[in-house]
Design a protein around this ligand. Structure first.
Ligand code: ADP
Length: 252
């Protein structure tokens, strides 16, 4: 960061509660989580399976609604938007990278990358798209369809697509879950590089300490609560922190 001003949150949830179901079978997936994801930073959400990571990401990104509490993208409170405005917010201000790549099989790499801009009806900036194509290292594959690419290459296309519309925040849900460690490492390096070079914001859900170590900061969930935050993580420190959970972690 080159500015001396305090970091603004690109996305934030406050007192977030999410209950699935009702009565005896109700599950409290989020139990009063307040967390901000600072602009210009790469934040990882870690926690054991079932701790609420995906639920937190989905509610923060406007893919799901909170039972109580608030979720903001920048200064916009998601819960106040009608369906049309919510669709626009997701399209124009949020990018997504999913475990399963989710590219359109009949479109070329180039068309997949510019899809969000085409949907928004804006051409976007040619230089920005060009810089993304260079960042993902697939200039010679631009006119191929995804099935001709490896999994790692497909996920790099998905990363470029997620950033194409210069969203406020890119949410990545286990983006290396379907990749071998080498391709996964390339995708994580790409996410980290894009954040550091362009000042964009990434929030990534992962259960892998090696993946989390690529982030600037890790937030830890356990049983639907925020239990810790760690700056400048290493895989070893994240792993140690995860081992310490075992049901004994006190909420912060
Ligand atoms: P994580 O991503 O950390 O594995 P999730 O956010 O997927 O955790 O799940 C948190 C809790 O909420 C779990 O107990 C899970 O079973 C429950 N849960 C998640 N989604 C649903 C759903 N659609 N219906 C009912 N329970 C759900």
């Amino acid at each position: 960061m080159t500015t001396g001003t305090p970091a603004r949150d690109a996305a934030r949830v406050t007192e977030a509660v999410k209950v699935y179901g009702s009565g005896d079978t109700a599950v409290r997936a989020l139990d009063g989580v307040s967390v901000g994801f600072p602009a210009g930073r790469f934040t990882a959400i870690m926690g054991p399976s079932g701790s609420g990571k995906s639920t937190l990401m989905h509610c923060a990104a406007g893919l799901d609604t909170l039972t109580s509490g608030t979720a903001h993208i920048g200064d916009t409170e998601i819960g106040t938007l009608d369906d049309r405005r919510l669709t626009l917010l997701r399209r124009e201000r949020v990018g997504f990278v999913f475990q399963a790549f989710n590219l359109i099989p009949t479109l070329t790499v180039a068309e997949n990358i510019t899809l969000p801009l085409d949907l928004a009806g804006t051409g976007g900036s040619r230089e920005w798209i060009d810089s993304l194509v260079d960042a993902v290292g697939l200039r010679d594959r631009l006119h191929h369809v995804p099935s001709r690419l490896s999994g790692g290459q497909q996920q790099r296309v998905a990363v470029a697509r997620a950033f194409a519309g210069r969203p406020d925040v890119v949410f990545a849900d286990e983006p290396t879950g379907n990749l071998d460690s080498r391709s996964g490492g390339e995708v994580l390096n790409l996410l980290g590089r894009t954040v550091r070079r362009t000042g964009r914001t990434v929030v990534m859900v992962t259960h892998d300490p090696v993946a989390a170590a690529h982030a600037d900061e890790v937030v830890f969930l356990a049983d639907g609560r925020l239990v810790d935050r760690m700056e400048n993580p290493t895989a070893e420190r994240v792993l140690d922190r995860m081992k310490a959970f075992d049901g004994t972690a006190a909420p912060v």
